[in-house]
Design a protein around this ligand. Structure first.
Ligand SMILES: Cc1ncc(COP(=O)(O)O)c(C=O)c1O
Length: 442
């Protein structure tokens, strides 16, 4: 790995979702990566406990993906997909479709999770309009949902800090389900909590309040990642599905985090046995090697929109210059081949019990008030410091990085989602480092 000089001007880059002044005063810089490890600019290896940002499921800089991108860059750098096509776009779509739940085999490419969410919301509205129910414009999200940062995503999302500066400009017809986080009933649950399926019944109340004829779609993360690993109660997603079907409402699963093996199956939909009408994807779709996202639509949704008008008319006025970018598509094909070849989804399922045990072993560590997990995702919630919510987890995150392990934190919750190639001793290293760090955190 070649080492470049560390830059000394950090001022120009306006960093996303970052306390810029705090970071620039004490930066953490990464200059390389391989397999399970990042390489910091000070030469240290950092064990990646969160697959970058829940996205590098096959591990870093995998030779097959690197080669596919390099070759593609030299063969076809860019080609439009508006009224044109290139073979890799179709091949990548077929490969994604092949691992989706039955029926969700029409793939619309985007460049990020946020774009996938806004695309899915627009498809839902266009679908109802094509069926002659254009009055169905209301969208239902959920408290503590994270659906990216587009105006659609922050409107259906349920995180106040993400929307409060823009609150005058949110989508007008949106309502929210209650979140499912109930530590008073479910603290230290391994896997899915038994308590809470009835929270899905709130959808009936919301539907009755607005009348079903006004509602286009319900969007939820099957397992909420970004707001601190909220595992759905047993039976909850099934109920949402039943209520949506009963009222002709589309169900959208935001699988930007859960897609591509995180729970030990290709999708959370497959894991839970609940099939949505639309699914948003991104991140691990191509191991995060080139920006890419997608919406997997049920073929009935596609057919309804595509068959609605004249054969020579554009059916959906939506798309991105870089939809199915050749390099992103090449990376996706190589990644999906890698997942299949190395059986990484099955590997995730086989490592999950070890991961669960290692996470829950921290239940008696200082400050810990909850541990929760599913598949290769875990969350450890800490007691907040008086008057300083988030400060304790931030300190733990920094100290873990200094001790050679990358974890993620959100408010006072530490989140873990390592690459699926992780070995047992690396699972141990992550959680033993966290324990040691918590023993030093105020
Ligand atoms: C569930 C979910 N949806 C959407 C997004 C947004 O994805 P992106 O940051 O690629 O726009 C994320 C990102 O973490 C996510 O977790």
């Amino acid at each position: 790995m070649t080492s470049r000089p560390v830059i000394d001007d950090l001022s120009s880059f306006w960093m996303p979702f970052t306390a810029n002044r705090q970071f620039k005063a004490a930066p953490r810089l990464i200059e390389g990566a391989k397999g399970m490890y990042y390489r910091a600019t000070d030469g240290r290896d950092i064990l990646d406990g969160c697959a970058g940002l829940w996205c590098v499921n096959a591990g870093h800089c995998r030779d097959e993906i690197v080669a596919a991108i390099q070759q593609q860059a030299a063969t076809l750098d860019f080609a439009p997909t508006f009224q044109m096509g290139h073979p890799l776009a179709f091949e990548a779509a077929s490969k994604v479709a092949a691992i989706m739940p039955d029926g969700l085999d029409r793939i619309f490419f985007t460049n990020s999770g946020s774009e996938s969410v806004d695309t899915a919301l627009k498809i839902a509205l266009a679908y109802h309009r094509a069926r002659g129910e254009g009055q169905r414009t209301r969208l239902i999200g959920r408290e503590r949902g994270y659906h990216g940062v587009g105006f659609g995503g922050i409107s259906v999302g349920g995180i106040a800090p993400n929307s409060k500066a823009f609150s005058g400009a949110l989508l007008p017809s949106v309502d929210h389900l209650p979140h499912t986080h109930a530590p008073e009933h479910n603290a230290f649950t391994k896997g899915q909590p038994a308590w809470g399926a009835h929270l899905a019944d709130e959808l009936e109340r919301i539907v009755a309040l607005h009348d079903p004829s006004t509602i286009a779609a319900v969007i939820v993360e099957p397992l909420a990642g970004s707001t601190g690993v909220l595992v759905p109660p047993e039976g909850y997603l099934q109920k949402l599905r039943e209520i949506c079907t009963k009222h002709g409402i589309l169900l959208i699963f935001d699988e930007v985090i859960t897609g591509f093996g995180r729970l030990g199956k290709a999708t959370a939909a497959e894991y839970f046995g609940v099939t949505p009408d639309l699914m948003t994807l991104a991140k691990a779709i191509n191991n995060a090697a080139i920006p890419m996202g997608a919406v997997a639509a049920h073929r009935n949704v596609y057919d309804t929109i595509v068959n609605a008008g004249a054969v020579n008319g554009i059916e959906l006025f939506h798309g991105y210059t870089y939809s199915a970018h050749p390099m992103a598509a090449a990376a996706a094909i190589a990644t999906l081949d890698l997942y299949a070849g190395e059986q990484l989804f099955e590997r995730a399922a086989s490592k999950a019990p070890k991961f669960e045990a290692a996470a829950h072993a921290l239940r008696d560590a200082p400050h810990v008030k909850d541990v929760r997990n599913l598949g290769m995702v875990a969350g450890i919630e800490l007691e907040s410091r008086d008057g300083a919510p988030g400060a304790r987890a931030y300190e733990a995150f920094v100290k873990c990085f200094e001790a050679g392990v990358l974890v993620r934190y959100t408010s006072d919750i530490l989140a873990f989602s390592p690459p699926l190639i992780i070995e047992d001793d690396q699972i141990e290293q992550i959680f033993s480092t966290v324990r040691k760090v918590l023993e030093t955190v105020k």
